[in-house]
Design a protein around this ligand. Structure first.
Ligand SMILES: Cc1ncc(COP(=O)(O)O)c(C=O)c1O
Length: 368
């Protein structure tokens, strides 16, 4: 059996409705900031339970513009997780600030107990990353931010509709950044991103920043960027938005199937802590595996397209060498790069594909 990782052909199999929406859009020719974008923003804000949602070009820009709207730039430091997708660090770098990394916990989120030691007089913000679709320990993080006068921007790119103590990921800090990249739970036909906030002033300023700072056709209020969500991508997003709850439920159910099976493989497979206060949406399904690389090889040989996120920790990447970190600085992130494996968990997986994947993992450890 082959268990593929990418489910995009199935996801967009029934593309007629989307294409009809795009054809209708073609007649209007409002390719930038058309009514579809405003419709998507309203739907997204409602889904997340935020007052405002601003469509932007991608998730990286959603983070970058969030920092920019808070006035963060040269000479400032921004604390974030040592284990994230590089875009979080790239967004901090893009506004001219210095990324300061903090090690993670076994659940892949930033360790709040280590944040305070990383705060300096230059620190302006914390970006907790809700990696894999789990939510960072927000009460502790918001407490530190309040005590030290720091802003919180949530990197919720992997965590659409995840919750922490009943609150939606992305709505607890000043701003929350989401990605609509084809690999995300809510995915469009290219790049896209969204910023959510409950602050009307930030919303207004973000709308200027994403569109060259133009107040109207002739007046420039502030120097901004070209970072608009394309109208065509909003058509795709509008089609998918109502499906997010069922997509999420399916992913959660698939993850529960794996969790139950792997609980019996103690010592070989270790589940990350499953905290009761979070609703995880499983953008990624990751576990710790003994002999990870051999298991990965075995899964690939048996047709299961498992992945490694990420084999080289960020602080040891050549492109980040200028930050001055070295091996041993973030032991938990390093441990995760050695032991963590990602299995397919998407909403289109068939029951027999999950069973087969579980059997391949079991068989690997039985034969050793
Ligand atoms: C944690 C995280 N942050 C930021 C991003 C950036 O999003 P995008 O690819 O839409 O720029 C991604 C996804 O790619 C991500 O997974």
């Amino acid at each position: 059996m082959r268990v593929r990782y990418s489910y995009l052909p199935q996801q967009f199999e029934r593309s007629e409705e989307i294409l009809a929406g795009i054809r209708a859009h073609l007649k209007t020719c409002q390719f930038t900031l058309g009514p579809e974008v405003a419709q998507f923003e309203r739907g997204f804000a409602e889904l997340i339970g935020a007052r405002h949602a601003v469509g932007v070009a991608n998730g990286t820009d959603a983070l970058m513009l969030s920092l920019r709207v808070l006035g963060i730039g040269h000479g400032d430091e921004v604390i974030t997780s040592a284990s994230t997708f590089v875009a979080t660090i790239g967004a901090i770098h893009a506004v001219g600030a210095r990324p300061v990394l903090v090690d993670v916990r076994p659940d892949f989120t930033i360790d709040p107990a280590r944040i305070e030691a990383a705060v300096t007089p230059r620190t302006r913000a914390i970006i907790p990353v809700h990696l894999t679709g789990d939510v960072s320990e927000m009460d502790a993080i918001l407490g530190i931010a309040q005590r030290r006068g720091l802003a919180v921007v949530e990197d919720a790119c992997q965590a659409i509709t995840a919750t922490y103590r009943g609150r939606s990921a992305g709505t607890m800090g000043a701003l929350g950044a989401f990605s609509l990249h084809p690999l995300k739970n809510l995915n469009v036909w290219g790049d896209g991103g969204v910023i959510v906030t409950n602050d009307a002033t930030l919303d207004e300023r973000l709308r200027l920043l994403r569109n060259h700072g133009l107040k109207n056709r002739d007046e420039i209020e502030v120097l901004g960027y070209n970072s608009r969500l394309d109208s065509i991508q909003a058509v795709v997003g509008n089609w998918l938005l109502p499906q997010v709850p069922s997509i999420t439920d399916r992913r959660i159910a698939n993850a529960a199937r794996y969790d139950n099976a792997f609980a019996r493989l103690e010592g070989d497979i270790t589940l990350p802590p499953r905290r009761p206060e979070t609703r995880r949406v499983f953008h990624l399904y990751q576990v710790y595996a003994r002999d990870r690389d051999r298991l990965h090889q075995h899964l690939l040989e048996q047709g299961v397209d498992a992945k490694i996120h990420y084999p080289i920790p960020l602080h040891l990447q050549r492109g980040l060498a200028h930050l001055g970190y070295k091996a041993g600085d973030f032991p938990e992130a390093e441990r995760q790069s050695t032991f963590v494996i990602t299995l397919p968990v998407d909403q289109h997986l068939r029951e027999e594909e999950i069973s087969y994947t579980i059997d391949v993992v079991k068989e690997f450890y039985r034969s050793r």
